[in-house]
Structures are given as C-alpha cells and as structure tokens.
Design a protein around this ligand. Structure first.
Ligand SMILES: C[S@@+](CC[C@H](N)C(=O)[O-])C[C@H]1O[C@@H](n2cnc3c(N)ncnc32)[C@H](O)[C@@H]1O
Length: 307
C-alpha cells in the first residue's frame, strides 16, 4: 500500500548530518528544496555508488563501462565542441562561467577541473581566476585532452575522478562539468574531492537532470535523444558522434536522482550541499569542505576529545 509521505521541518544542522547507508538503486524518499530543509521522515535518500546501472545496449557490464567511455570520447573528441555549441545554442561558455561564480569561484583561487574534456569549464575557470597557471584539468581520455584549446600555463593531467594524483588539502575550488554520469563510484570520487580540497574549499558539479513535469521530460528527451543526435549527423561523418549524444541522454535518464547525489556528497563529509537549478534541468551541485573535520574523523585527528 502506498503511504503519503510525512514532511517535518528539521533544523538545518540535523537535516545535513546523516551519513546514509551506501545502497544504490532504491528511489529516495527525501525532498530537498534549494534553501529549505523539508524532508520526508519515512525513507532517507541512500548514498550512491555507480551513477546508473550498466547501459547494456552500449557495453556489457560495469567492468566494461570505463573502457567503452574512453574509446568513444577519444574517437569523437574532435566533434565535441561543435556539437556542444549546437546543443546549448552557443551559451555553454557563459553558463559555465556563471555557474562557477555562483558556487564561489573567485580570482586567485587554485582550481581543479575534473573531467576537463576539451576544457569548456576549465577555460572559464581561467577567466574567473585571472591566471591559467592556477588551473589544473584532469581527464582519462587522451583524445579529449588533445582536442582542448586552453590558455598557455594551464596544467592538464590524464587520470580519473576516483583516483586523483594530487596531495591532500591542495585546491581552493573543484569543478566537474557533465562527467558525473561517467564515474564508476560516486562515493569514491567524492571522497577524493573532499581529500584534495583545502578546508573551506568549494565544489561545483554541473549536470543535466530530468525535468520534473511530464511535458518538460518529453521535451528534453525529444531534444537530447532525437534532435541533437540527428543534427550531429549533419555536422560530422563520425558514426560514434551520433552514438555518444544518444548515450548522453540515455545516461541522464538512467542516472540516480539529485537527492542521491546530495546524500553521497554529505556522506563523504562535504557540507552546505545544495542543488541550484537553472531552467529546470541544469543542476549545479554546490558544497564546501568544512573547516573542521566532522564526527569520528575529528576525534581521530584530536580536534574533539574522546569521552
Ligand atoms: C561530456 S564530457 C564534459 C567535458 C567538459 N567538462 C564540459 O563541460 O564540456 C565528459 C568528460 O568526462 C570524462 N570522464 C569519463 N569518465 C571519467 C572519470 N571516471 N573521471 C573523470 N572524468 C571522466 C570523459 O573523458 C569526458 O572528457
């Protein structure tokens, strides 16, 4: 029998605190509002591991996902910026810059851009920080890195979100644009984000999420799964380019909902986690690494004495 959810107004601190069990797949029972703290009491959102189940029409199993993605990003890298400009009607760079500023990026900050690809987010990070030598980009696809046109001075590294080759407490700001759906384990990646950020450092994850209304869902699906792959066929002869833009939508549709992304960020120790939404589908997950380590970690570090 379906029960109506019960909503209670929790103090902001209590609403932020739980470290949810790591189960993937169950639809969450938490409703977040941008600054509000209304939560259903019945079923908290579980933290997530894989962002979605294997998409078996593209690759066979979870183990094959990373190899498939690397291959398809490598082979389509030369078309990425053109198709992205078409998809976003040329607004992508401005939007990315505004999103970084909304999440707290300022001049002089040291930035890591994860899933840097051809550098569309990193280029805007260079503009805002005012110094390309403060910006580092990381991506597992050598093809995407080679196709990037970034200002002189930026550092580009081949690697994955789940294993960042950087020291602890190193960056003031970490961004990731449209790569969340490609990560193999969100909890592992977010723990890495927490590790490499300085205390007080800020996080900004950009992702397209499903529209709430059935009409909005239909419009987005038709545009992303029908119109964009069709148009991409007109601007390129590479078959993989059409496939990757179809994959783009299929992975959005299969992706865990924002509530689980938020729960996973909190479970990995990030605070002030919120989802800012633009035009109903452009999600910006913002968070801060707390100045003090929380709970057990603080006790282990001797910040809170054991009783
Ligand atoms: C859709 S592109 C986004 C590029 C760029 N950030 C932007 O805003 O346009 C996604 C990128 O994520 C990268 N990626 C895939 N798996 C990844 C992982 N496990 N860790 C980091 N990046 C990953 C891909 O190689 C690809 O370059």
């Amino acid at each position: 029998m379906l029960r109506k959810p019960v909503y209670v107004l929790l103090p902001a601190k209590a609403a932020r605190s739980p470290k949810f069990p790591s189960t993937h797949g169950a639809f969450p029972g938490v409703q977040h509002r941008l600054k509000g703290t209304f939560m259903k009491t019945s079923q908290p959102a579980p933290a997530a591991h894989a962002p979605h189940l294997p998409l078996t029409s593209y690759y066979e199993s979870e183990q094959d996902r990373q190899t498939y993605l690397r291959g398809i990003f490598d082979s389509t890298a030369g078309d990425y910026d053109r198709v992205e400009a078409m998809l976003a009607w040329g607004t992508g760079s401005r939007y990315r810059r505004l999103a970084l500023v909304r999440a707290g990026l300022k001049a002089g900050m040291r930035v890591l851009d994860v899933g840097v690809g051809t550098g569309l987010v990193a280029a805007q990070a260079c503009v805002v920080t005012g110094d390309a030598s403060l910006v580092t980009g990381i991506d597992p696809s050598p093809g995407m890195l080679a196709a990037s046109k970034l200002p002189h001075g930026i550092t580009l590294v081949e690697g994955r979100a789940e294993s960042l080759p950087f020291p602890d407490n190193h960056f003031d700001f970490l961004s990731m644009g449209y790569a969340l759906r490609h990560i193999s384990d969100l909890g592992v990646a977010f723990a890495e984000f927490h590790r490499v950020l300085k205390p007080g450092g800020r996080l900004c994850i950009l992702e397209i999420t499903q529209a709430k209304s059935p009409v909005g869902k239909w419009v987005l699906k038709t545009y992303m799964r029908g119109v964009i792959p069709f148009l991409s066929r007109l601007v390129t002869r590479r078959r993989d380019t059409t496939t990757i833009w179809r994959y783009y939508w299929d992975s959005i549709e299969a992706c865990v909902p924002p509530e689980q992304v938020i729960a996973t960020l909190r479970a990995e120790g990030l605070s002030e986690v919120r989802q800012h939404l633009e035009v109903g589908v452009f999600s910006e997950y913002q968070a801060i690494k707390p100045l003090q380590p929380a709970g057990n970690a603080a006790r282990a570090a001797g910040v809170i004495p054991a009783v």
